[in-house]
Write a protein that binds this ligand. Structure first.
Ligand SMILES: [Zn+2]
Length: 316
């Protein structure tokens, strides 16, 4: 039993680009969830996706969070400083024969996969290299290979703090999934599980675009001998066309709002209204929202950010 005193959440920006209004909404929800329970927060930079990392984006993310009035107790901790921990986890998985070396290229996987491609995920891995044992890696010489985790055809049920009881079969999400890339770096799924487990994170509040990752992460928690945290997957922010907030919807970067003179309390007020914590858009700080916080008032559909709403908070 976890007492309320040991609640620990996290803010985990990915410095692959600038933080925008959509990110701010998820951070606000995650921050309020931890703080309204008297919990602590860790700030973690998810910066292992090296080719996509933008110089200065990590520092910018810190400034954005400070501007929003969202604080943290530990960090920032960078994933790139923790590679040895991910290597140890990989060795643990290999020792249990839960991973195998995969020499398939992306094209190989696409060609062999019969199932339709999953959005964002690529095709389901057809199991071409699943006959290999972990020790076979030694015989591959200079041939580049990834490590894949063996997934059984077994649904996973978990209690999502926002969605309620959720059942997903990791077999249908991506099949045997990559935990270590052929480039020699850990994959997102492994790094995030190792971090949340070792940092003592007890609750993960994140966008529902990551929901399909959760059963895979459950498998990793189990394999590494850790208890999974409580997950809550909340709806994302979309543009007027219903698509995920992106450049095509105009400049919604927090740095741009800040430069245009938008007050953080105005943006927090807009986001709080979108979550059902305020009856109308009005200025408020994140701290002042803590007593109003609840997950069940957040509408299940994505929040549609329109130019009119941005105009209403002074962004023009
Ligand atoms: Zn393969």
């Amino acid at each position: 039993m976890i007492s309320w005193k040991s609640i620990r959440g996290r803010l985990a920006p990915s410095p692959t680009g600038a933080q925008h209004v959509g990110n701010a909404r998820t951070y606000l929800i995650a921050w309020l969830s931890a703080r309204s329970q008297g919990g602590r927060l860790v700030l973690r930079m998810e910066d292992i996706d090296s080719p996509r990392i933008k110089p200065g984006a990590a520092q910018q993310a810190v400034e954005d969070l400070v501007w929003l009035g969202l604080d943290w107790d530990d960090g920032p901790v960078a994933q790139t400083e923790r590679l040895v921990l991910y290597e140890q986890a990989l060795a643990t998985l290999a020792g249990q024969e839960l991973v195998y070396p995969c020499t398939c290229t992306r094209t190989d996987v696409e060609r062999a996969a019969s199932a339709p491609h999953q959005e964002h995920e690529g095709p389901t891995y057809p199991g071409t290299c699943a006959h290999r044992r972990a020790a076979d890696a030694a015989a591959l010489g200079d041939q580049p290979f990834a490590w894949r985790f063996r997934v059984h055809d077994q649904p996973i049920t978990f209690l999502d703090g926002y969605r309620g009881t959720t059942t997903l079969n990791p077999r249908n999400q991506a099949g045997d999934f990559v935990v270590w890339k052929s480039a020699g770096t850990p994959a997102y799924q492994l790094a995030v599980v190792v971090d949340d487990a070792l940092m003592g994170v007890t609750e993960v509040v994140r966008g529902d675009d990551l929901l399909p990752s959760t059963p895979r992460q459950y498998l990793l928690y189990r394999a590494l001998g850790h208890l999974p945290p409580k997950f809550a997957h909340v709806p994302l922010v979309v543009g007027p066309d219903g698509r995920r907030l992106a450049k095509r919807h105009g400049d919604t970067r927090l740095a741009s709002l800040r430069a245009a003179g938008v007050k953080p309390e105005a943006l927090i007020g807009l986001l709080a209204w979108s979550c059902g914590w305020l009856e109308r858009v009005q200025s408020i700080t994140a701290k002042e929202l803590a007593p109003r916080f609840r997950l069940d008032t957040i509408p299940p559909q994505p929040f549609v950010l329109t130019p009119q709403l941005l105009d209403a908070i002074g962004y023009r």
